[in-house]
Design a protein around this ligand. Sequence first.
Ligand SMILES: [Zn+2]
Ligand SMILES: [Zn+2]
Length: 336
Amino acid sequence: MPNEKVRKILSNSIGCLCIIIFFSLTTYIVYVFYSTIAITTLEEKRYGKFIFHFIFGNWLAINIYFHYIMACVTSPGLAKDYQHLARQYPICKKCSFNKPPRTHHCSWCNVCVLRFDHHCPWLNNCVGFYNYRYFFQFCCFMATGCLYAGFFGYREYQISRLGVQVFRHIDSFFKVPDILEDLGVDGFITYYIFILTVPVGFALTGFSCCHAHMISRDETSVERLLQIDYKKDSITYNNSCLDNWKRFLGVYTLGEFIGRILLPSMHKPRGNGITTSDYDINTDLLPHQQGHISYGSNIYHHISDNYLFRKYRSEMSSWRKPHTISREWQHVVKTC
Ligand SMILES: [Zn+2]
Ligand SMILES: [Zn+2]
């Protein structure tokens, strides 16, 4: 029990630190844009460039902040809130609540999370059924924003300060004294913040691509690592890659894509995160907010003879580590 408290405090401390780092760095780059780059661009009457960077930069910044905040504050979907829909599922040994399929226990938060993907210290939150879209869109917008700042912002910053681009990215390794001399201490720090966004942007791009691949296959990080395929034996599951994306994003037309994906949107994912057979049920309200348990009961009756469900229950009752897991991931198994 003391270990759980220590872990909780450690998790919150690291999470708060990550949130402060995120807001500090992103806000500082926005500040540099308005205080240095935008003023110089306007003074030099480069209006076309100013308008482009103003619209594109603000669109990115709004989407980054929105999806980050929503991913942080949105509950990923806790199994304990859906117990009236989950009484016939196995009990979690750590928190003693029923675990619907695809639910995993987060050791950092000590809760069972629906369609658990991972615990993200940068969000100080789990990533699960209800906030996965926010998390994924944040990664995409942040990757774009980092590469935009790292390749265009850093060039415009030099032009604003020195009148012309003097240093290249490679110079950040070999011309440190020259950069310090030409830009001063504050310009030196700002320059390297812009440089830092380049590797972060590439790393986030790779990370986003990995998640895009998993979304295409409708699998979570945990399922991928543990090589659990919940749908191979499912009678009901036969969704294509495109269907998986439509369901994940909650869009079915081009208009919805523009309004819900390119612009901030708070629409909820389809389904309730408890069963795979309810994906076509549109639940704008959370199940426990809908006020009729019969809805959940119908789902149970529908899936009670489902082979996938029986298989999951038998697997959970005699949980064993898959033989194919490498040793380095075995500690992950213990925490899920
Ligand atoms: Zn649990
Ligand atoms: Zn967690």
